[in-house]
Design a protein around this ligand. Structure first.
Ligand code: SIN
Length: 288
């Protein structure tokens, strides 16, 4: 396996490796190390069935439960991310900056996304490195943020008010629920459990409030300072200088570390079909 970097910040491409449930443990260890080091790893030319993708994901860790999105009939651990060519251009799954299911007590460590049928042009995915953003925080801000807890919830994405949007995607079965309003708190600055690197565990979609000295009460109705800080964090962490953008080809597998990245899927492929299979790998509770 050869691994080459794709930007000066994050993202690498691994070649000469065939992913699957029966991989050599030494190669899995090498792949996992590259994934953690580069935060996003592109592995082109794969052909995994849903069952093989789930089996491969188990080599990286346990299955991470998937709320709200129903799995494919072929395998209970795989979801399909799909938008048909005929479907409304206004909405796509994953089209806003987020880190997968950060509102869970123990959010997924890794996501594995396998391109099955992607547009010739458009539908790229963009990731931002939260370790780099953290390292570049102005010192005063970094010190202030050490005291802050982020309040995560799925309310902006999976509460019943959003059912109409999700129902427009005929290839996905997304069932919104009042449980999306439940909140969980995670430290804003976290330590990666495997590298010890500091990271900003923030995303503007699921972080709905902040708690900390002089900041706010952690609710959507929080004060002006809390709102201003949420906006600042969103703008800072998603700045183009922290990003890597991938143009998909059928057969690509991209793996990423949700503890150190945010991502979004661009919605610029109206009239074209886009289909990928996704699995998520369990992680520990974030630690400050
Ligand atoms: C996701 O947010 O998991 C989907 C990303 C994508 O479709 O590119």
């Amino acid at each position: 396996m050869t691994v080459s970097r794709l930007t000066g910040v994050l993202g690498a491409r691994a070649e000469g490796v065939e992913l699957g449930p029966d991989m050599d443990p030494g190669v899995v260890a090498e792949l996992r190390a590259a994934l953690i080091e580069h935060e996003v790893l592109v592995v082109p030319g794969q052909g995994l069935s849903p069952e093989e993708q789930a089996g491969f994901s188990h080599l990286l860790g346990d299955y991470s439960p998937v709320p709200f999105v129903q799995p494919v009939p072929e395998h209970p651990e795989v979801i399909k991310v799909v938008k048909e060519a005929s479907e409304p251009a206004a909405f796509n799954f994953g089209g806003v900056w987020h880190s997968d299911f950060s509102f869970l007590d123990a959010p997924p460590a890794f996501t594995v996304l396998h391109a099955i049928d992607v547009p010739d042009v458009g539908g790229d995915t963009v990731w931002a490195s939260m370790t780099t953003a953290c390292a570049q925080l102005p010192e005063e801000m970094r010190q202030a943020l050490e005291q802050v807890t982020a309040v995560h919830s799925a309310s902006a994405s999976y509460s019943p008010a959003q059912q109409g949007l999700h129902s427009g995607l005929s290839g996905m079965d997304i069932r919104t629920s009042e449980s999306a309003h439940e909140t969980r708190e995670h430290p804003l600055l976290v330590t990666h459990p495997e590298t010890g690197k500091r990271s900003l565990f923030f995303n503007g979609t699921y972080v709905r409030g902040l708690r900390g000295p002089g900041i706010g009460d952690g609710t959507d109705e929080g004060g002006a300072h809390e709102k201003k800080l949420l906006r600042w964090l969103h703008d800072f962490t998603t700045h183009v200088r922290f990003t890597f953008r991938h143009r998909w080809s059928d057969g690509d597998v991209v793996l990423w570390d949700n503890r150190t990245t945010q991502h979004l899927a661009l919605n610029d492929y109206g009239g074209q079909r886009r289909e990928l299979n996704r699995t998520t790998v369990a992680g520990p509770e974030p630690v400050g």
